[in-house]
Design a protein around this ligand. Structure first.
Ligand code: XLS
Ligand code: CA
Ligand code: CA
Length: 441
């Protein structure tokens, strides 16, 4: 049975195409530099938003028309696998991601949950034998069920810690079986609501213990995927421990975990933390910790995690700029952790949304590649920091200066001259490059 009978395989038709069900900029085979677009972008579909999300919000029930909704729980889970691989193939995406509860319903007991998971993982494994779509990452949902009300690895209740450990253990076994490239830890409820009832030190120590156990178990079973921490400052918890990249990096370093993890950076989480997407990517990149990306965007008029499909070309360009400067994403990818709006409830909207995101990142890739090739910002930055390549600046950088020497130097300085940062000029250049790529037809 076809779940999207009206949709053909989405083809690249170029920027002048008027066909809404075609790529205008994403041409998987086209080379940008030394890699194809497909190799650079490593797109991934998020199972939860695309196959589970029903469009419900705090004020209203679900709106999504989804052909797999007509079945009972396990049958619906099986139908979702069939629908998923149909969509993967029609979009020609190389990767997908899921939480355990996205693919199979929880049973009455943990044992039953495992059985449900095994049934669906068998089915996914079978599909993966003939599909080109691979598993970018999976993860355990440690936030939806009421047992996680006070957290998972940071819960005040040791039974919950144990239960969460069992879910992650199973998740790692699934990751190994399906050949996942990464495994994600997102601490949705690892945080606190009020310090009045919270032993923060114990909670952080326990979180580190939990992650060390995960590292050990992955080693034990020979799972060699990359471990990723996904920072988010708040929502659902008022304060989440993995607030942003800098905070989570300090945590990893404090507990000796930094060599085992990288970051999965989500655009909308960056903005919730009061940063830009590119800021979070930059912080991770300069520390060698950029692992993967949850590609979406927020809404500046709304203060929460709206998980919209990425269409802001400045954002996709500046993100790709960081990713290219990083030498690519390695085992990571661009996972559309994004959902169609509640009013976009028809099945074909899932295709329009992914096409929008894929084309937007393809444009971002092309623009970023040209900016780097022409050394537009690099040349400017090099010139801006030139004072550190000679004289006293060079001595500072090489560790040959101390406060005595610097004071001596400062005392004999005349007027200090600074140069303009040229921000507006640089933004115009960015616009020019963007318009050039978009106009190239
Ligand atoms: C929620 C997170 C979540 C993680 C995976 O805000 O983005 O979906 O990506 O648990
Ligand atoms: Ca995410
Ligand atoms: Ca999110």
């Amino acid at each position: 049975m076809a779940y999207f009978p009206n949709i053909e395989t989405i083809a690249y038709e170029g920027p002048t195409s008027k066909n809404p069900l075609a790529f205008k900029f994403y041409n998987p085979e086209e080379k940008v530099g030394d890699k194809t677009m497909e190799e650079h972008l490593r797109f991934s579909v998020a199972y939860w938003h695309t196959f589970v999300g029903d469009g419900s919000d705090q004020f209203g029930v679900g709106t999504m028309i989804r052909p797999w909704k007509q079945y009972s729980e396990m049958d619906s889970a099986k139908a979702r696998v069939e629908a998923a691989f149909e969509l993967f193939e029609k979009l020609n995406v190389p990767f997908f991601c899921f939480h355990d509860v996205d693919i199979a319903p929880e049973g009455d007991t943990l044992k039953e949950t495992y059985q449900n998971l095994d049934t669906i993982v068998d089915m996914i494994e079978e599909y993966m034998k003939t599909s080109k779509t691979k598993l970018l990452w999976n993860t355990a949902n440690l936030f939806t069920h009421p047992r996680f009300v006070h957290g998972a690895a940071t819960s005040c209740n040791a039974d919950v810690f144990a239960y969460a450990a069992a879910k992650v253990k199973k998740g790692l076994e699934i990751a190994k079986r399906l050949g996942a490239e990464n495994y994600v830890f997102w601490g949705g409820r690892e945080g606190y609501e009020t310090l009045l009832n919270t032993d923060m030190k114990l909670e952080l120590d326990n979180l580190a213990r939990f992650l060390h156990m995960a590292v050990d178990y992955a080693k034990e079973i020979g799972f060699d995927g990359q471990f990723l921490i996904e920072p988010k400052p708040k929502e659902p918890t008022k304060h989440q421990y993995d607030f942003d990249v800098a905070t989570a990096l300090a945590f990893l370093q404090t507990y000796g975990l930094q060599d085992h993890f990288k970051f999965n950076i989500e655009a909308n989480h960056a903005t919730l933390a009061g940063h830009t997407f590119e800021h979070e990517l930059r912080v991770a990149r300069i520390h060698g910790m950029l692992g993967s990306v949850d590609a979406n965007q927020g809404d500046t008029l709304l203060g929460w995690d709206t998980d919209e499909f990425p269409t802001d070309l400045y954002s996709t360009t500046l993100a790709m700029y960081e990713i290219l400067q990083n030498g690519g994403l390695g085992k990571g990818g661009l996972n559309f952790d994004a959902k169609v709006r509640r009013g976009s409830f028809e099945p074909e909207d899932l295709f329009y949304a992914h096409i929008a995101g894929m084309d937007s990142f393809a444009i971002g890739l092309k623009v970023a590649h040209r900016l780097i090739e022409d050394r537009v910002f690099d040349a400017f930055i090099e010139e801006r920091y030139k004072s550190y390549t000679e004289g006293i600046g060079r001595e500072i950088v090489e560790g040959a200066a101390d406060f005595h020497k610097l004071e001596e130097y400062a005392l004999q300085l005349g007027d200090i001259r600074n140069q303009s940062g040229r921000q507006e000029r640089l933004k115009t250049l960015l616009n020019q490059y963007l318009l050039d790529v978009c106009a190239a037809r």
